[in-house]
Structures are given as structure tokens and as C-alpha cells.
Design a protein around this ligand. Structure first.
Ligand SMILES: Cc1cc2nc3c(=O)[nH]c(=O)nc-3n(C[C@H](O)[C@H](O)[C@H](O)COP(=O)(O)O)c2cc1C
Ligand code: FES
Length: 364
């Protein structure tokens, strides 16, 4: 049991502003003060306030320190962790306005946000499957495999009103139903993690902060349409996302959550990663599949649509990272819960990457 947890953002933004050095400095200082058995340092994914990185949150108080430098670490350890006095000069300015330390969720930046796709980002260690499981991870996969038919899964996604987050906005449940209706045989599930739009980093943050949610959702899609193999196409310029995905896939396989006879239900599903070389056009679904097949990434005419003739000519469901990140919560909380948010024609929440001449660049 640890009495304190130090969460240090390990997203790309904070890594660029030096969060690895912060982690090293904490580890050194905790060792020097004999606190390694009492205080645990955890590297998370993006918190959202990337402009203020490196971001550090110390629990149980939830003190939100921003723009932390390695030289600040001895003071945080001495004052906060040993003497119990929060280091006010390092707090995110909004949290000290009224001299009271607010938790992250009480700040203006976070309090109007409902984080569905990002719910675990900045909360868990993405390199530890146990932390994902502790936050209900793989429970939705367990539920669909043991309590739901593929038709019921598709109906739930249809009822939820979820539409693709990759740009086209096609109803996800309809896409799944087309692929499910194809004759039994080899089918595929693909994830579009190419994210070519300039300034966009929603998908990267999900993969860096919560890679298991995409793995779990793809396995659910596999069950729904009758596919046993999936591919995640991720751009090679996202090295942290690729590394965390590799770790996550390895851990899921080790726990029997990918591979043969998942959870003893007879369902087989496995995943592989394919790296994109950064061609914008490869974000288009047919070009992406052509690229996975090992050819130059050129689009092919539709119809036939991927649900009928997709990867290697087989029926394929292809969704965006953020689309998948919503799936396990929809299964666990129900379609009505998801429908209760959003607009008339598009339900749920949407992640936005904020950039430009604004106060808080980052993710909401
Ligand atoms: C030129 C072009 C680039 C695209 N780039 C992306 C991309 O980077 N990521 C993405 O998810 N979808 C991209 N799309 C949309 C995909 O073709 C596809 O509609 C989407 O990935 C389907 O997933 P969804 O239904 O979950 O949104 C692009 C489309 C076009 C025409
Ligand atoms: S990368 Fe650290 S807050 Fe976004």
C-alpha cells in the first residue's frame, strides 16, 4: 500500500517538454529520502492540458502541478510528501485563485467536460493491463462473450447512435451489420490510427493513454461480425503510441484476452500492428487497406465497400480509434446512456484537439 501516488504525464506533449526527466528526478529523490515504499510514481497518458506540461498530479490531495522542472522535485518531495504542505507556487494557477486546492475535475478546464473516449487518459498507467482492468477494463468483452449474441451487440451499437469519429460520420452499428451479414468465413477488423489531419492528436492520445480500450473494442467488433483477426494501422511518427500498443497487445495475449478461446468461450481473436509511413492518403480506408496488403497506398473505387470486399478482398469493419474508444462504455452503460449525450443526429461526446492562439492548447 502506498500513501501517495504521483502521476506524471507521459503523453507526447509532456514527453517533449521533459516529463521523463521529471520521473527520473522523482525516483532519485524518493530513493534518497527513503520514500520508495510509501510513494509510487506512475507514468500516465495525456491529461488534456498539454500547453502546461510537464503535468504532475499528486494524490490523495489531487494537487495539480504544471510546468514542473527537475529542479522543483526536491521541493515537492520535501514540502508536499514529507511535510504535507502543497507547493502553491507550482499549482496550475486556476487552482489557487481562492487559496483552496481544487481537484482536477473542479477546474474550469475540466468541469464541463464529460470524458468518455478519454476517460482513462491521465488516470491509469497505460503499460499495466491491471490498471485498465481495475477500471472495468475487458468487462465489456466478457459481457458480450458470455451474455450477448452478436446481433444484440450490433443492435446496442445501432441504438446508441454512435457515428464514426474518423470524419465520414457513418453510423457504426450499420457498418458492423453489413459486415456481419456477409457469409461466414475470413473477415477482418481494422483500426484507422493514421490521423493525418494537421493539428489533430485525439487518436494518438487515446492510444498513448489507454491502448487496451482499442484492443477490447476491436475484439468486440470481431465477435459482432465473426472475425478472428484485426489490424491496427498506426503512423510510424507515433512511436510512443506504437510502443504502448505493442506492450498492451503482449499483455492481453498473456492474460488470454487475445488469441485462442478467449475467456474460455471458444472465441478466437488476435491483433497485429501495421505501421504507416505518413502518407495523408493512407488515412482513407481503401488506401489504408491497400497499404496493409503491402502495396502502394492508393484508394480503390467504392463500391464494393469494405464491409463486403475489404482487406485482402474479405469483409472488413474499419473504424477510427476514437470510435472504438466509445464501444466498451456503450456496452457496459447501455445505448440510452450514450444517446443521452450529444446532438440530435450525432450521439455521445466528441474529442477535440485545440491549437492556435488560445489560452489552453490541448485536448477536450
Ligand atoms: C483523404 C482522406 C483521409 C482520411 N484520413 C483519415 C484518418 O487519418 N483517420 C481516420 O480515422 N479516418 C480518415 N479518413 C476517413 C476514413 O476513410 C474512414 O471513413 C474512417 O476511418 C472510418 O472510420 P469511422 O467510421 O470510425 O469514422 C480519411 C478519408 C479521406 C478521404
Ligand atoms: S501530453 Fe501531457 S497533458 Fe497532454
Amino acid at each position: 500500500m502506498y500513501r501517495s501516488h504521483i502521476l506524471v504525464c507521459g503523453g507526447t506533449g509532456c514527453t517533449s517538454s521533459g516529463s521523463e526527466r521529471i520521473i527520473t528526478a522523482f525516483e532519485k529523490e524518493l530513493a534518497a529520502t527513503g520514500l520508495t515504499q510509501e510513494v509510487k510514481v506512475i507514468k500516465t497518458g495525456c491529461f488534456g492540458l498539454c500547453a502546461l506540461g510537464p503535468v504532475v498530479v499528486v494524490y490523495p490531495e489531487g494537487a495539480f502541478y504544471s510546468q514542473v522542472k527537475p529542479e522543483d522535485i526536491p521541493e515537492i518531495v520535501e514540502e508536499h510528501l514529507i511535510k504535507g504542505r502543497i507547493v502553491k507556487r507550482l499549482l496550475y494557477s486556476e487552482t489557487v485563485e481562492d487559496n483552496a486546492v481544487k481537484s482536477l475535475n473542479e477546474t474550469d478546464f475540466y468541469k464541463k467536460q464529460v470524458r468518455v473516449a478519454l476517460r482513462n487518459c491521465g488516470v491509469i498507467n497505460p503499460e499495466d493491463i491491471n490498471e485498465y482492468i481495475a477500471y472495468d477494463g475487458y468487462m465489456a468483452l466478457g459481457k458480450v462473450l458470455t451474455e450477448m449474441t452478436p446481433e444484440q451487440v450490433i443492435q446496442t451499437i445501432l441504438d446508441s447512435g454512435l457515428r464514426g469519429r474518423g470524419g465520414g460520420g457513418f453510423p457504426t452499428g450499420r457498418k458492423w451489420s453489413f459486415a456481419a451479414a456477409q457469409p461466414k468465413g475470413q473477415k477482418y477488423v481494422c483500426c484507422n490510427a493514421d490521423e493525418g489531419d494537421p493539428g489533430a492528436f485525439m487518436d494518438r492520445s487515446v492510444l498513448e493513454g489507454d491502448p487496451h480500450v482499442v484492443i477490447e473494442a476491436m475484439a468486440i467488433a470481431g465477435y459482432a461480425i465473426g472475425a478472428s483477426q484485426g489490424y491496427i494501422y498506426v503512423r510510424a511518427e507515433y512511436p510512443i503510441a506504437v510502443k504502448r500498443l505493442q506492450i498492451a497487445i503482449g499483455q492481453a495475449r498473456e492474460m488470454g484476452l487475445l488469441g485462442k478461446d478467449i475467456l474460455g468461450t471458444g472465441f478466437d481473436f488476435d491483433l497485429d500492428i501495421r505501421l504507416g509511413a505518413g502518407a495523408f492518403v493512407c488515412g482513407e480506408e481503401t488506401a489504408l487497406m491497400t497499404s496493409i496488403e503491402g502495396h502502394r497506398g492508393e484508394p480503390r473505387p467504392r463500391p464494393p465497400f469494405p464491409a463486403v470486399k475489404g482487406l485482402f478482398g474479405k469483409p472488413t469493419v474499419l473504424n477510427n480509434v476514437e470510435t472504438y474508444a466509445n464501444i466498451p462504455r456503450i456496452i457496459l452503460n447501455g445505448a440510452d446512456w450514450f444517446r443521452s449525450m450529444g446532438t440530435e443526429k450525432s450521439k455521445g461526446t466528441k474529442v477535440f484537439a485545440l491549437g492556435g492562439k488560445i489560452h489552453n492548447t490541448g485536448l477536450v
